[in-house]
Write a new protein. Structure first.
Length: 186
């Protein structure tokens, strides 16, 4: 079982909890449950007579990511500790539960919530980490994650008064993350 935190090139942070059942010493299957959120949101979106409420400028989402855990034999052994490399390819399923608040410019007390119609978004991701395993009880890992996730995917098809809100967001880019993980083994 692991707890992981990450920072990305798309100005987001991520926290997740994962569990992998080890089928052998070097291969396991499992999943993670997590949340990511934008920490910078200076993209004030507005159209003809409306704008997105300040509180909804930053995007965030929850996800589930089934994955395979594959690791190397020990690279370095020091007493009861050892260093290993591992990779976790997976499919991240985003759960779009957010609503966006639109405010009218002419009447600031008039607002409307809109939300997307697509139930899920599927993205591929791969984690590559180096881990220091202390005895057989815990490990610390640092690594890199590459993902095809577009942080604005839940908002790209939203429409308000015939205007597609996704046109105001930057083009989709691939996600690169630096991560730190702490794992407890049982």
């Amino acid at each position: 079982m692991a707890i992981c935190g990450a920072l990305s090139t798309e100005e987001t942070w991520k926290g997740e909890v994962s569990y992998h059942y080890m089928l052998s010493s070097y291969c396991g299957i499992g999943a993670s449950l997590g949340h990511w959120s934008q920490f910078f949101g200076e993209r004030y979106l507005s159209g003809s007579g409306w704008h997105i409420d300040e509180e909804d400028e930053k995007v965030a989402n929850y996800y589930i990511c089934p994955s395979i855990h594959i690791e190397t034999p020990s690279l370095i052994k020091i007493n009861a500790s050892r260093m290993v490399l591992f990779v976790e390819p997976g499919c991240q399923v985003s759960i779009p539960i957010e609503k966006v608040c639109i405010k009218e410019l002419e009447n600031p007390n008039t607002y409307q919530y809109i939300k997307g119609k697509n139930p899920f978004f599927l993205d591929l991701q791969i984690k590559v980490c180096i881990a220091l395993r202390i005895k057989t009880s815990c490990e610390m890992a640092i690594g890199y994650t590459y993902s095809t996730m577009d942080i604005y995917s839940t908002r790209r098809k939203l429409k308000y008064k015939g205007c597609q809100i996704g046109n105001y967001y930057p083009a989709a880019e691939k996600m690169h993350e630096a991560l730190l993980s702490f794992c407890i083994m049982f």
